[in-house]
Write a protein that binds this ligand. Sequence first.
Ligand code: PHB
Length: 395
Amino acid sequence: MNPSFLPSRRKVLQGLGAAAAATAFPRYAYAADPLKIGLILPMTGPFASTGRQITAACKLYLQTHGDSVAGRKVELIIKDDTGLAPETTKRIAQEMVVQDRITVLAGFGLTPLAFAAAPVATEAKVPMIVMAAGTEVIPQRSPFIVRTGFTLPQNTAPVALWAAQNNIKRVFSLVTDYAPGHDSEKTFVNRFKAAGGTIIEAVRTPLRNPDYAPFLQRAKDSKADALFVFVPSGEGLAVMKQFEERGLKQTGMKMIGPGDVVDDDILVSIGAPAVGVITSMHYSAAHDSPENKAYVAAMTKANPGMRPNFHSVGGWDGMHLIYEAVKKQPNGNGQQLVEAMKGMKWTSPRGPMMIDPATRDVIQNVYLRETRMVNGEPWNIEFAKFENVKPSGDL
Ligand code: PHB
């Protein structure tokens, strides 16, 4: 047990106010202390699919790898932050540190929520595993953050290159107006232009209650060769509906982007309109590997009707990272666990991945995919691979 643990928890405690402080007091950990993983996720609201996917993957990890590691009983504590309220995420993180005495914070479905929790991880000195949020700067917000998901630059750069090399000259860009959208837009615009392409217009849609119809009409009127889209997972259905209803595909306009718009969670619901979309992404449920076949089979069996998406592997690999770090440092404090995570490499259902020791961020393969009908269902079929893509998206 690390004595420096106590003052840091006290600081967080002060942030909670006197009433909460009276009921929670630090105590010493010992060898058999449970490994408590505090998962903060949107379980309700427009981004509930992220929470559903990640909790399903974390629970499956526990079922298949056992509910104890290095002699410590593993407990998952899951709380709903509703997806759009950073103050709620921060409060839950504080409560998990002080009252639940979690060992690790994890989850974080959207960037503003990860930003909100980062200072809590720093003060409490607990590892914070970002399983979903994808803005590049996130790990810089706390030395205790380690990411197992992806970054938007990573998932955008390959499709920018593909577009420039595949006779796409003029692009209309549409992104959600918040940090990951800005990351994705910047990566696409810079790389596509550098490769000789032209951006006709770059529009941004609100995160809350977006109406894609007027933007897609403008895209149609622009007569671009392609529509570049980034929207956070869960929103793809609404975008694809408008793309279909306004007949953009019939004009010959290609839809391209990072893979969030054709997220596996909603792809079957989107159906035929998704066919022909070209995306780059670190994970497809159709990824052809024994690890992924086993993963998809187990996830589908445990969660009938659910196809695992890219957020689910962020959760699965986050659990792997925590288990492996605890094996190396069975009673390690937060700092020691983060150190143990740095440089770790393994084969995920997505393919090979590693935690960059310098940035605590994920380095992984990113695949180009085309959405195709296979046996009557749409799947994102990988057709090219960029190996070991850095969080910055440098190829
Ligand atoms: C994010 O808010 O960082 C985020 C959420 C969902 C995505 C991608 C990025 O699909």
